[in-house]
Write a protein that binds this ligand. Structure first.
Ligand code: GAL
Length: 327
């Protein structure tokens, strides 16, 4: 009798569609809930990498962690590494904050560059979100141990929630919330290690900023400033990133408060048959952050409108780009 190796169809080996279940626990290949809150995704070859806040309950309280996971179908995720396990790098103070990490791949330098919201208290001021900076860390491999480089205020502005946008031509942008003014879209420098140029200030007080470029239009999305509590997220459109931007409209019925979630990224999946855009949102549980959930749904998008459908289990075929919501 010949012994044939069993074809293992486990996590991360297959691009075959599998079900994505909004709001539920999302087990990785170890059976542990994915820790990539306030996250972002990049695709390298045929593999997606998801980075986000790792809020594992047993993490060392003095450190801040970024988790990295990989997948070929965006449903089955394999834990790769806690790519950052950072102790307070600049004497920010015990309550220092690291949130919403995003990773870019810089082709000229072959480095992976992580941006993150860095915050903490300031002497004489109340609250822990006073520094309002971005932090930058780099690595030679996508899922290696990132080295923290520095923090700064981008173009001299306050920066809290940040978002990542890479345009179809490969240009990399940072979206950041500048509390006194609104939120800004800025282009990164050639090596991505600094923020080079402002493209637009959108004078709306919004955070959780995300952008997608779809059929010749830019769609920008964000939430209101209500801390960990959900609110009606809104979007606007423009032909150019520099604007002019349309009025902001609700992405979902406002009474649902974005079905209890907050925007983090809009992920475009271009397939052989169609293109799907995924709303990636967080359902925060501020007292039990490790149990915060994800709300990912394909949006109905086109002609200047974007709608987040009621969350239901769904599947995505990353090859064809087709998304199917279960009835
Ligand atoms: C939210 C923000 C989160 C976190 C939180 C703290 O509005 O999106 O990333 O900063 O506030 O209150």
């Amino acid at each position: 009798m010949t012994v044939t190796a069993l074809a293992w169809s486990g996590n991360n080996l297959s691009a075959a569609p599998a079900t994505i279940r909004p709001k539920e626990l999302w087990p990785d290949e170890r059976g542990q809930h994915v820790q990539a809150h306030g996250g972002g995704i990049i695709k390298l070859g045929d593999t997606f990498y998801w980075f986000g806040e790792d809020r594992t309950r047993t993490n060392d309280q003095g450190r801040r962690y970024v988790g990295c996971y990989s997948s070929k179908n965006l449903a089955d995720w394999t834990f790769r590494n806690q790519v950052l396990k950072l102790a307070d790098p600049e004497n920010f103070g015990t309550n220092w904050i690291l949130e919403r990490p995003k990773v870019y791949y810089n082709a000229p330098t072959k480095k992976y560059v992580m941006y993150m919201h860095i915050d903490g208290p300031m002497p004489g001021q109340k609250g822990n979100y006073r520094l309002a900076r971005v932090g930058v860390a780099v690595c030679d491999t996508v899922d290696g141990d990132y080295q923290y480089l520095k923090s700064f205020r981008p173009l001299g502005h306050e920066s809290r929630d940040l978002g990542q946008f890479i345009d179809d031509d490969g240009t990399a942008y940072l979206i950041f919330e500048d509390r006194p003014f609104g939120f800004r879209i800025a282009k990164l420098s050639e090596d991505y290690l600094s923020v080079e140029k402002e493209i637009c200030l959108i004078p709306e007080h919004m955070e959780g900023g995300a952008i997608v470029h779809f059929n010749g239009l830019y769609y920008v999305l964000g939430s209101a400033l209500t801390s960990w509590s959900p609110n009606p997220n809104k979007y606007a459109t423009a032909k150019s990133l520099a604007g002019p931007w349309s009025e902001f409209k609700d992405i979902a019925p406002p009474e649902t408060k974005t079905y209890g979630s907050q925007s983090s990224m809009l992920l475009k999946v271009v397939g052989t048959k169609t293109t799907s855009v995924i709303f990636m949102g967080d359902i925060w549980k501020p007292k039990t952050q490790w149990d915060s959930r994800y709300l990912w749904m394909p949006v109905e998008i086109g002609g200047g409108t974007m709608r987040l459908p009621e969350p239901k289990p769904w599947t995505l075929d990353v090859k064809t780009g087709e998304a199917q919501i279960q009835k």
